[in-house]
Design a protein. Sequence first.
Length: 275
Amino acid sequence: MNEFEALILGIVQGLTEYLPVSSSGHLVVASSFMEVKDPDENLTFAVLVHAATALSSLIIFRVAIASIFRDLFKFQWNEGTKYVAMLALSAVPVVIVGLVFEAQLSAMFEGNIALVGAMWLVTGGLLLLTMYVKQHDQKPTFVNTLIIGFAQAIAVLPGISRSGATIATGLLLKMEKADAAKFSFLVVIVPILGKAALDLKDLISGDPTTAGASQGLPPMVALIGFLAAFLTGLAACKAMLSIVQKGKLHYFSIYCFVLGIFAILIGTNIISFGS
């Protein structure tokens, strides 16, 4: 992996982790076109960009997170502890799916652009449905946040947008727009950090002598990828909060439909860029 590839993949990760268009789907397609094959480099890079996007979430929501922790350390049942409990409950489905099926799903989707395209069509349909829900007056509850958790678990499939699935589900459950977006971006920190931790574990176990060092990945390449993912993640997260508040989430369905059809055509060799 060179500096240019790290820049492009970092930008792709940072933007698509928050925009409802599937970061994993874009990375599968981008990596296929760039033919980045070194597994050690990819694994190290995955740890870096996931850590970068998690950090961008923590910064954007630092005030809300600080407030939650203040309530939490009062050691009594209050709004903060209730919110943490809902976040924990919502994270359970994706943790189970990630631990049990992560390897199988990765193998199934690796290089399978047509399958990723089909999942993009599913994302587009989900986003489109949000335009038909006009009433948004529900607060987060244990029931609706658990449903959001199941949506997040489904979004482990490349092409299913994690932010798109969770925010759209919240809106379809008539949650207030700001609450749906905030909860989605806070609960997504768990799987982002979890994915980074799993990749780091695999990297370390693959070569214990490196103990997590950037094996095969030049320091400048690592730095460029991290900064690209972090800075674009900040911008994308802020943009998404505004988009959801304005009720424009369904606009992204057009992009997902077009990209999904395009990916299916490429993946099935109906169209080709080869000679």
